[in-house]
Design a protein around this ligand. Structure first.
Ligand SMILES: C[S@@+](CC[C@H](N)C(=O)[O-])C[C@H]1O[C@@H](n2cnc3c(N)ncnc32)[C@H](O)[C@@H]1O
Length: 184
C-alpha cells in the first residue's frame, strides 16, 4: 500500500477524535474538484488534515492550490505533518487562527473557485457572508454536517437556499452535505 493510502486509513481509524469527514464525503469532494477543475480552494476547519489531504490529492491533478484554516495549533501541526508525509505540502498554505479573522485580514486579495466549510457550525452563516465576495461566479461551496447539526447551521442553509444568485442542494452523504453554486 502507498504512503497516501496508509495515511488515509490511519486517519479514518481516528476520525471520531478529529471530527473528520467520512471517506464517502472525501470521495465526493475529490470528484467535484476534478470535474470542476478547481484551481484555488479554501477550507475552513483543517483539523488533522484528512479532508485537506483529500482536496490536495484532487488538486494535484487540476494543478491548483489549497488554503486551509485552523485555530487549534496542535491540530494544525499534525495536519502539516500529514501533508508533508503524503507529498502535498507544496500546494497547501495552512493558516493558523480564527477563520473569520484570517479571512478578513489575510485573504481579501484572493478569489476562490471552491470553498469547503467544516468548522464552527453556528458560524457557517458568517463564514458564508465573508466568502461570498471572494467566490468567483461559477464557484462551488460545500458544507459538511448539514443534517447532523441541523439547528446551528440553519441560518446558513436558509440563506443560501433562498438566494437567487445561488443554487443549492443537500445531499444524503454521512452527516449531510450541502453543495451550492454561485450563479451570478
Ligand atoms: C469538523 S473539524 C474539521 C475536520 C476536517 N475538515 C476533516 O474533515 O479532516 C473542525 C475543525 O475546525 C476547527 N475550528 C472550529 N472553529 C474554528 C474557527 N472559528 N476558526 C478556525 N478553526 C476552527 C476545530 O478546531 C476543528 O479542528
Amino acid at each position: 500500500m502507498s504512503i497516501v493510502e496508509d495515511t488515509l486509513r490511519e486517519l479514518e481509524a481516528t476520525k471520531n477524535d478529529f471530527w473528520n469527514i467520512s471517506r464517502e464525503t472525501g470521495d465526493f469532494i475529490e470528484f467535484l474538484i476534478k470535474v470542476s477543475n478547481a484551481q484555488n480552494v479554501l477550507e475552513i476547519g483543517t483539523s488533522n488534515g484528512y479532508s485537506g489531504l483529500r482536496i490536495a490529492l484532487a488538486l494535484k491533478e487540476t494543478g491548483g492550490k489549497l488554503t486551509t484554516i485552523e485555530y487549534w495549533d496542535k491540530r494544525r501541526s499534525v495536519a502539516i505533518e500529514n501533508f508533508k508525509k503524503c507529498g502535498v505540502d507544496d500546494i497547501i498554505t495552512a493558516k493558523l487562527g480564527p477563520a473569520l479573522t484570517v479571512i478578513e485580514n489575510e485573504l481579501q486579495n484572493e478569489t476562490f473557485d471552491f470553498v469547503f466549510i467544516d468548522a464552527n457550525k453556528a458560524q457557517y452563516i458568517k463564514d458564508f457572508e465573508l466568502i461570498h465576495p471572494l467566490l468567483k461566479v461559477g464557484g462551488i461551496i460545500v458544507a459538511d454536517d448539514i443534517i447532523s447539526h441541523a439547528d446551528p447551521v440553519k441560518p446558513f442553509v436558509e440563506e443560501i437556499t433562498h438566494r437567487d444568485d445561488y443554487s443549492a442542494q443537500i445531499l444524503n452523504l454521512p452527516d449531510g452535505v450541502l453543495i451550492a453554486r454561485k450563479n451570478k
